[in-house]
Write a protein that binds this ligand. Structure first.
Ligand code: NOJ
Ligand code: CA
Length: 702
C-alpha cells in the first residue's frame, strides 16, 4: 500500500527524483526526501503544515575513501505501515502503541555503485530515520570520519542545552536562544572537559527546543548500538545543527562492517509540551524484548549506604593507607583503618533494619570491596576485582540478614572506567552476585576511560555498556549504570537495564548544588531515552550538617523532593537520605513509602520545560493514583484536574505541599500535609514556591 504521494517527479530517470514524501497515520507529521541536482540526499520535516526541520543534508565523510554525500540515485522507494501494541516489562504505562508509516529510500552512488538506504518512520508526534548499509561488494569495511546529518532550524529557537562534552552529561542545563550558545559555551563548560577536544558550539542530545510560535521540538537518537553517541554541532550563522559523533582515541568515529545500520535520529514535535513527555518514539524505534523470561526483572524502591559518602560524612575506602595496595599488602589487619568507612557490618545492618521496617525492597552498599584506597591514590588500570570485600563487610552474613528481613542487597561495581579490567572480571563478578543472592548491580564509570584516549561515548565503550547489560541478562541481573552513555530506549530490548544516571543527579546537590529548575528540564531531555536513577528524597538540605567541611545546599524544598518520585520516572527509585533524617519527618516520609514504582498509566497534566511539570500516574495492579509536581524559579499555582480518576469512585487524597513560608534556600522543610475527599470532578489548586513542588497520594475510599 502506498502511503506517500510523489510530489515532484521530473520523472524520466530515477536520479531525477527530487521529492518523495511520507505522512504520519493522522497526517499531522510529514517527511519529505529529496535529491539535489548533485545527487545529495536531503530531508525535511513538517508538523501541522509548518516546517520543523528545513531542508537538511544527509550522509557521511569516510576515512581514506570518497564520501557518501552526493552522486546518489534512487534505486527504489518502498512504503510500509505498522500498528502494534506491545507490553513493556515496566514503564509509565502498561501498553505502548507503535503506529507509524515507513518510507525506505534505496540509494546507490552512480560512480561507485555503493549502496546506502535511508529508512524513515513517521509518527503522529515525530519522525525517526536511520542509514542502513546492506551487504555489498563495494562496501564491506569502512570507517566513518564524520556523519553529516543536518537539522536545519527554522528560527532562533529557545534551547535547553548542555555542552557537547565526550565524557560527561553531568551539567546544569542552560536555557538560551540557539544563537547564544556559542557565547555561553565557555561559561557553561566545567569538569575535566578539554576544550580543544570538541566543538565550541556542540550540544548534547536530547536537545529540547521551543519555537516562538509555540512548537516544542526534541532531537535525540534511538537504539544506539555499535556506533558512537551523537552530539549536535551548531553553525551559528545558518542555525543548522549537524551530527557530531564521539571520536575514538585516534579520531575515527565509527568502524562499520556491512550489514550495519546507524541508530535512529529522532525529532519529536508538538504544540503542547505534555506530548513530548508522553511520546514513546524512542522506545518504539528499538527492537522488541530479547529476553524470554523476564520474571526476574522487578521494579524496586531502595535505600543505600551512599549519601553519607557523597556528602563526605563517610568514606568508601576502608583504609587511607594507599601504600597497602601499592605494596601488594593484602592483609588489612596491617594497615590503618579508616574510622569513617560506612560499609561496615553494623552500619549496613542499621540500614537493613530501617528499610525492612518501612517496606523498601533493597539496600545499595557502596565501598564494600577492596580497591578504593588504590583508586583514589593512583588511578591505576587495575583497581577493582569486584569480588573481594573489605574485612568489615561480611557478604554472606549481611545477605542472609537482609533476606531474613525481606530486603535484598544491591551490588556496586565502580569500574573506575577501566573497562577492559571490568570485562575481564565480569563473569566472575556476576557469578559472585548470583552465588550470594544479589539481583541488581549499580555500575559506575568515574574518571577517564582506560584504554587511554577513548571517551565515555565512543563506539568502543558504547559496545562495552551494551555488552555488560547483555551479560548481566545471562546471569539474570538488573543493571543501573552511572556515567554510561545516555540511554536511547534500549531498555525495550533489554529491560534488565532498569536505570542509568547519565545526567546531573541528586549527588550534585552535595557537590555545590544544582539549578532550582533542573528537574523541570530533565524529563524533556535525559529521560526521553529511558529512566534515570536520579536518587531523590533528600530531606536535610543543609549538607554542612552531615559534613562541616561541605557547605553545599540542596536547592529544592522538601515537598519538591516528594514530587520527584512521580516526575522523574524510574522503575528503580531510591530514598537517598539517611535513616536519621527520615526519622525527623516521618509524616512526609510516608509519601515515599506509599508511592508506586510501576505504572498502569500516566497522565501529563501540566508541563513547560524549565518552568513546571505535573504528572498523575496510576499504580500497576492497584486503584491508587499518585500525582507529582516539580516547580521552577517562579512561585505558581498548579491546577490538578482530577478527571483522570475513575467515574464511580470517591477517593481520599493526601496532599504533601509547600507551606506558604517555604523557601528552598532559607526554609526548605516547611511543608503541609492535608487530606481531602475528591472525585473526578475535583480540580485542586496548589501553590508551589520556587524549586518547590508537591506529591499527592490518592486512594479509593472503602
Ligand atoms: C558516581 C556515581 O554517580 C555515584 O552514585 C557513586 O556513588 C560514585 N560515582 C562512586 O562510584
Ligand atoms: Ca555520577
Amino acid at each position: 500500500m502506498k502511503k506517500g504521494i510523489l510530489i515532484f517527479v521530473f520523472a524520466l530517470t530515477p536520479q531525477m527524483l527530487i521529492g518523495q514524501n511520507c505522512l504520519s497515520p493522522n497526517k499531522q507529521s510529514e517527511v519529505i526526501f529529496s535529491l539535489t541536482n548533485e545527487g545529495a540526499p536531503n530531508y525535511q520535516m513538517l508538523h501541522k503544515g509548518q516546517t520543523v526541520i528545513a531542508q537538511s543534508h544527509m550522509g557521511f565523510e569516510l576515512v581514506d575513501a570518497l564520501p557518501l554525500l552526493q552522486n546518489f540515485r534512487v534505486l527504489d522507494v518502498r512504503f510500509d505501515t505498522k500498528d502494534e501494541i506491545w507490553k513493556p516489562v515496566w514503564g509509565e504505562e502498561k501498553t505502548i502503541r507503535n503506529h507509524y508509516n515507513e518510507m525506505l529510500i534505496a540509494l546507490e552512488q552512480q560512480d561507485k555503485n555503493r549502496k546506502m538506504n535511508i529508512r524513515f518512520r513517521v509518527y503522529d508526534e515525530g519522525i525517526g530515520f536511520r542509514y542502513e548499509f546492506p551487504v555489498q561488494d563495494q562496501l564491506g569495511h569502512f570507517i566513518i570520519a564524520q556523519e553529516r546529518t543536518g537539522f536545519a532550524m527554522t528560527g532562533d529557537h529557545i534551547a535547553h542545552w548542555i555542552p557537547g562534552d565526550y565524557d560527561t552529561q553531568e551539567y546544569d542545563y542552560t536555557t538560551s536562544r540557539i544563537s547564544e550558545i556559542e557565547s555561553l559555551f565557555d561559561v557553561v563548560l566545567t569538569g575535566n572537559a578539554s576544550q580543544e577536544q570538541f566543538s565550541k558550539t556542540g550540544v548534547q542530545t536530547a536537545l529540547m527546543l521551543k519555537t516562538d510560535n509555540g512548537f516544542y521540538i526534541n532531537i535525540h537518537e534511538a537504539a544506539l548500538i555499535d556506533y558512537p553517541a551523537m552530539h549536535l554541532n551548531l553553525d551559528p550563522k545558518t542555525l543548522i545543527f549537524e551530527s557530531w559523533l564521539t571520536p575514538d582515541a585516534i579520531g575515527n568515529m565509527a568502524y562499520m562492517v556491512t550489514p550495519h545500520n546507524t541508530p535512529w535520529r529522532t525529532v519529536i514535535v508538538s504544540d503542547d509540551a505534555r506530548n513530548i513527555l508522553a511520546s514513546r518514539i524512542t522506545y518504539n524505534l528499538n527492537e522488541p524484548c530479547a529476553i524470554t523470561d523476564t520474571s526476574w526483572i522487578k521494579p524496586m524502591k531502595y535505600m543505600g549506604v551512599w549519601w553519607e559518602m557523597i556528602t563526605g560524612k563517610s568514606s568508601w575506602s576502608y583504609t587511607n593507607d594507599v601504600r597497602a595496595v601499592k605494596l601488594g599488602e593484602t592483609d588489612f589487619s596491617k594497615v590503618s583503618t579508616n574510622k569513617t568507612h560506612a560499609a561496615n557490618n553494623t552500619n549496613v545492618k542499621r540500614y537493613i533494619d530501617f528499610a525492612a521496617k518501612h517496606g523498601f525492597d533493597g539496600i545499595l552498599v557502596e565501598g564494600w570491596n577492596e580497591g578504593w584506597e588504590d583508586w583514589f591514590g593512583h588511578s591505576k588500570d587495575y583497581v577493582f576485582d569486584f569480588v573481594t570485600p573489605y574485612p568489615d563487610f561480611d557478604v554472606e552474613t549481611l545477605n542472609g540478614y537482609a533476606k531474613s528481613k525481606g530486603v535484598e542487597l544491591i551490588m556496586h561495581h565502580e569500574t573506575s572506567s577501566s573497562v577492559r579490567n571490568y570485562e575481564r572480571h565480569m563473569d566472575k563478578a556476576y557469578k559472585f552476585m548470583r552465588d550470594n543472592g544479589y539481583n541488581a548491580v549499580k555500575s559506575g564509570y568515574v574518571g577517564d576511560i582506560i584504554p587511554r584516549g577513548e571517551h565515555h561515548y565512543s563506539q568502543f565503550i558504547v559496545n562495552h555498556y551494551n555488552y555488560a547489560v547483555k551479560k548481566a541478562a545471562d546471569y539474570k541481573i538488573m543493571v543501573n549504570a552511572h556515567e554510561a552513555v545516555r540511554p536511547t530506549g534500549i531498555a525495550r530490548t533489554y529491560p534488565n537495564l532498569v536505570a542509568n544516571e547519565s545526567a546531573r543527579g541528586t549527588e550534585f546537590q552535595a557537590f555545590g548544588g544544582s539549578k532550582p529548575n533542573h528537574t523541570t528540564i530533565l524529563p524533556f531531555t535525559r529521560l526521553v531515552g529511558g529512566p534515570m536513577d536520579y536518587t531523590p528524597g533528600v530531606f536535610e538540605m543543609d549538607i554542612s550538617k552531615l559534613n562541616p567541611n561541605n557547605n553545599s545546599h540542596v536547592n529544592t524544598t522538601l515537598a519538591n523532593q516528594l514530587g520527584l518520585y512521580v516526575i522523574m520516572y524510574s522503575p528503580l527509585q531510591m530514598a537517598a537520605d539517611l535513616p536519621e533524617h527520615y526519622e525527623r519527618f516521618m509524616d512526609a516520609f510516608q509519601f515515599i513509602k506509599d508511592v508506586g514504582v510501576d505504572w498502569e498509566k500516566s497522565v501529563y497534566l501540566e508541563a513547560e520545560p524549565g518552568e513546571y511539570i505535573t504528572i498523575a500516574r496510576k499504580e500497576k495492579g492497584s486503584s491508587n493514583w499518585f500525582v507529582g509536581n516539580s516547580n521552577g524559579y517562579n512561585k505558581r499555582k498548579a491546577i490538578v484536574d482530577c478527571s483522570f480518576l475513575d467515574d464511580k469512585k470517591t477517593y481520599m487524597a493526601t496532599i504533601y505541599r509547600d507551606h506558604k513560608s517555604a523557601d528552598f534556600k532559607t526554609n526548605p522543610q516547611a511543608y503541609v500535609i492535608e487530606t481531602k475527599t475528591i472525585t473526578r470532578k475535583t480540580v485542586l489548586k496548589i501553590t508551589t514556591v520556587a524549586a518547590g513542588g508537591f506529591g499527592i497520594s490518592i486512594v479509593p475510599k472503602n
